[in-house]
Design a protein around this ligand. Structure first.
Ligand SMILES: [Fe+2]
Length: 435
């Protein structure tokens, strides 16, 4: 056999891919099912993770009521930090350990869900904090066994954390964003209720929408799994296994939905249909990148967010410099697709078409520009920044941005082209201004 589902095998390359399908309950009113679902998973004493703001909103009230009416002893933890750190993870882990919980429910954005994953891990298998953190920042030790059950309930249509085994945080000691990645971190159940997104501000919907878009696009155009070296044992197959037939399914549909609805969802908060569709796309893209892995735009985004000094996104709380995650990603994406297009022009053109571009007369050589221009049109229509220049960066910042990106080897290794220092310099320079 020379290929699998259109992926041609290469000498020494991987010949198998792994499907880690998430369990998802999706639909309006789904939050009312959290209690019965927790009971079915054997939970009797639950830590409900949220953050200070979301803890006062309806989704947490609904989840709490559902858990309590199912007879489950529930304690609320509302100190999850937006943009979590090793310090906030440690604090959450101490709470989890002291509470002797047999189950976790998280209600909030990706930060809250990631905090619950980390708390569950360190309370179940205590170790030095650095033990489970991705190498080289930490020791990258495998998670020793199954964690306590975790039900994740996202309240933003963005991160997809509810269906992935990744927890991202700022490692304060080493001034870098890194994470913990293990299939065992994936929540046992995602309860996705699109009603949650009704009250989100416009910029939040735009940033999370472009995060979703880039999840789907980066996975769809990632290094094909057959071109990664075959691992010595199945246990060493990485979660970021590259583009594969299963992740393609989810990513193609997510891109189609985004092309049709992202502008509507941002422009009109009362467009319930568009916001509902965005929530579904977020979950699908999460399943896609959870099985394929993101690559260069996300690697660059960690440096962008970490080095931001002169920009605070409108409608986000606080006053400190802040380039929200989805914005920090999408300002890089048009530049990156022009760089990666030559590795798979047909995929880049297909993505442009799914996002609404007219590709009938486009040649393979034009794929990068066609997709880049379509992304720029969507960014302009949703008042996103015109590249890195609009969020406070200039040419002189390129070396620092490159140095902040190079440590993200897990993501850079998943790129379809070798992406070293020179390539990153060119990618950041091209991302300074688009129109
Ligand atoms: Fe993301």
């Amino acid at each position: 056999m020379l290929c699998c589902q259109g992926y041609p095998f290469v000498d020494g390359g991987e010949t198998a891919f792994q499907v880690d399908a998430a369990r998802v309950v999706y639909g309006s009113g789904a939050l009312r099912e959290v209690g019965p679902a927790a009971k079915e998973l054997g939970m009797t004493r639950v830590a409900l993770f949220s953050d200070e703001r979301v803890a006062r909103l309806e989704p947490v009230a609904l989840a709490l009521a559902s858990l309590r009416s199912a007879g489950i002893d529930t304690t609320l933890y509302d100190r999850s930090k937006v943009e979590p750190t090793d310090a906030s993870f440690r604090e959450a882990a101490a709470f989890a350990r002291d509470g002797r919980f047999d189950g976790y429910v998280s209600v909030g954005g990706g930060s809250t869900i990631d905090t619950a994953k980390a708390a569950n891990l360190y309370a179940t298998y205590p170790d030095d904090f650095a033990a489970y953190v991705n190498a080289p920042a930490g020791a990258g030790k495998p998670v020793p066994g199954p964690l306590r059950p975790h039900i994740a309930c996202p309240t933003t249509s963005g991160t997809g954390s509810e269906v992935t085994g990744i927890a991202i945080f700022d490692y304060l000691e080493i001034h870098a964003k890194t994470g913990i990645a293990s299939r065992r971190l994936r929540p046992d159940l995602a309860v996705v209720d699109p009603e949650c997104t009704r009250t989100l501000p416009r910029t939040v919907v735009a940033c999370s929408g472009f995060d979703v878009l880039s999840h789907a696009l980066e996975s769809y155009t990632a290094l094909p799994y057959v071109r990664r070296a075959r691992p010595a044992s199945p246990a060493q197959r990485p979660m970021s296994q590259g583009a594969n037939p299963f992740s393609d399914l989810a990513c193609v549909e997510a891109l189609r939905i985004l092309g049709a609805y992202v502008v509507r969802a941002v422009s009109d908060p009362d467009d319930g249909e568009a916001r509902e569709r965005m929530m579904y796309a977020a979950t699908l893209a999460g399943i896609g990148f959870g099985n394929a892995g993101v690559q260069v735009p996300h690697a660059m985004a960690y440096a962008v967010a970490g080095l931001a000094r002169a920009y605070h996104a409108p409608e986000y709380p606080g006053h400190e410099p802040l380039v929200p995650h989805g914005m920090a990603v999408i300002v890089n994406t048009p530049s990156v697709v022009r760089f990666t297009a030559e590795t798979s022009p047909e995929r880049h053109l297909r993505a442009a078409e799914l996002l609404g571009a007219d590709v009938r007369d486009a040649t393979p050589g034009e794929a990068g520009d066609v997709l880049g221009e379509r992304l720029e049109a969507l960014m302009r229509a949703t008042a996103m920044p015109n590249g890195l220049g609009d969020v406070g960066f200039a040419e002189r910042d390129v070396p620092a941005l490159r140095e902040g990106t190079l440590p993200q080897q897990r993501l850079l290794a998943n790129a379809p082209r070798a992406t070293g220092a020179d390539a990153l310099d060119a990618l950041f320079a091209a991302a300074l201004r688009y129109w």
